[in-house]
Ligand binder design. Structure first.
Ligand code: GTP
Ligand code: NAG
Ligand code: NAG
Ligand code: NAG
Length: 414
């Protein structure tokens, strides 16, 4: 039931003066001289954005698809992926903190990303490049789900405005709309042959599908998405102080360079606690069959703690305050990562969610929520850490759910 997807491309004018990019450290194996000479002047930039309502964890998956497209482009030409700044996400609701134009380095380890494909932050890009874009702007037809595409606030002869990650000074120059039905690399010929624009933005990049879901290339990119060091450090500090969990005792790998890490599934033990992801909020509206009541969830948690002889339980949840109080009453021993205001300001909602995921990923046994992308990303992280799949692919069942199918094991490929 493939749906027809619409990807709109806004082509940048080729006449804009090409400027050499800064930041040669992002080009492993390339010398500064290369960058300033011919090689740099041929370099092209791929930018992308995702349908605004999509959450952080779905966006992480879109990155994998776009990285695959970039690898295809690199076979023919020199391309760099410009990382779309984070911001204006629906789920990031903490008041009074600045949550727009957030660089990727706040959440991910840039050197690790660069061991997979060449990437630069948007700020570096605008510092070094004349900007021109591709986007769906101005095309009223709508995406596959009929969602309205963003429309330019002002259209002038040479450029238009729109939402470019909160950068007011960024303009679109040329829009093209392309209907695609297929995987990410399907747009490669268009980028290589139909436009000579130096900077091309693909809007609604989530309409592109995976080239090879679950293959080596998928996992290489997924493994390169190492969390930022300060977030891992915060998670590790919580593990050791509250959960008696350290890499040495848990036999979880701590190698910094993902390209040099290859662990046997089941070789890691995980920390002596049960990890729980309990997605609530919109998942309980409309009383979904596959989501438990709090009572039901706590019954399952207790039975797992008993079965696996774990006295500690770590809970990651987006539950609202009222539910959280109820949960504390039902499960007083639960541990949560509760940032101080200063920590929240530093890590932001996205960083706190990553710390939650990191701690769940290191648990001896994990149970997540049905079809939550947040839980899926934890499962992948555990696969990367080499934990036994039977301790990973587990989810809560609805109180009345009949055939409670458990998540699929996506085996890591090296
Ligand atoms: N800190 C924290 N945040 C959570 C937790 N669960 C959900 N959230 C927040 O809610 C958002 C939605 O979570 P998910 O269902 O995993 O999916 P997503 O891809 O991020 O968004 P959707 O696909 O639109 O639901 C996350 O990005 C977080 O901001 C949690 O356990 N801890
Ligand atoms: C805009 O795109 C069209 C179609 O790809 C192309 O013919 C035209 O030259 C482009 N205009 C500019 C200013 O880049
Ligand atoms: C790209 O160019 C080819 C050959 O000129 C043409 O057949 C094709 O329709 C173009 N595709 C798009 C999306 O413009
Ligand atoms: C912490 O874990 C170690 C084994 O890794 C164990 O020997 C020790 O007793 C534990 N400490 C507590 C307080 O549970």
């Amino acid at each position: 039931m493939a749906a027809l997807s619409v990807v709109c491309l806004l082509l940048g004018a080729a006449s804009w003066p090409p400027v050499a990019a800064s930041g040669e450290e992002f080009w492993p194996g390339q010398s500064a001289a290369d960058i300033l000479s011919g090689a740099a002047s041929r370099r092209r930039y791929l930018l992308y954005d995702v349908n605004p309502p999509e959450g952080f964890n779905l966006r992480r998956d879109v990155y994998i698809r776009v990285a695959s497209l970039l690898k295809t482009l690199l076979k023919t030409e020199e391309w760099v992926l410009v990382l779309p700044p984070w911001g204006r996400l629906y789920h990031w609701q903490s008041p009074d903190i600045h949550q727009v134009r957030i660089p990727w380095a706040d959440f991910f380890d840039l050197p690790s990303l660069n061991r997979n494909i060449p990437v630069i932050e948007y700020e570096q890009f605008i510092a070094g490049e004349a900007v021109s874009h591709l986007g769906p702007e101005g095309l009223a037809s709508g995406g596959p789900a009929g969602a309205p595409l963003r429309s330019p606030r002002r259209q002038c002869s040479r450029s238009f405005r729109g939402w470019f990650w909160g950068y007011e000074e960024t303009r679109g120059l040329n829009v093209s709309c392309l209907s695609v039905q297929g995987s990410a690399s399907i747009v490669a010929p268009v980028l290589l042959r139909n436009t000579s624009a130096r900077s091309v933005m693909l809007d609604r990049a989530e309409t592109l599908l995976h080239d090879h879901y679950g293959g080596k290339e998928y996992w290489d990119t997924r493994r390169s998405m190492v969390f930022a060091r300060h977030l891992r450090a915060a998670g590790d500090a919580f593990r050791s102080s509250r959960l008696n969990s350290t890499d040495a005792a848990d036999r979880t790998p701590s190698t910094e360079d993902w390209t040099e890490r290859k662990v046997q599934l089941g070789s890691s033990l995980g920390g002596p606690y049960l990890g729980v992801h309990l997605r609530r909020k919109d998942f309980i509206w409309g009383h979904r069959q596959d989501v438990p009541s709090l009572d039901g969830a706590v019954r399952r948690i207790r039975s797992l703690m008993e079965a696996h002889q774990l006295s500690k339980v770590f809970v990651a949840t987006d539950a609202v305050r009222k539910e959280l109080e109820e949960l504390k009453r039902l499960l007083p021993e639960m541990l949560r990562f509760e940032p101080t205001w200063e920590e929240l300001e530093l890590y932001k909602d996205g960083g706190v969610a990553i710390i939650d995921q990191w701690i769940c990923a290191h648990a001896r046994f994990f149970i997540g929520t049905s079809v939550s992308t947040f839980s899926f990303r934890i499962q992948e992280e555990r696969e990367i850490l080499g934990l036994d799949p039977t301790t990973t692919y587990n989810r809560f069942c609805g109180d009345e759910e009949k055939a409670c199918e458990q998540p699929t094991h996506w085996k890591i490929a090296y």
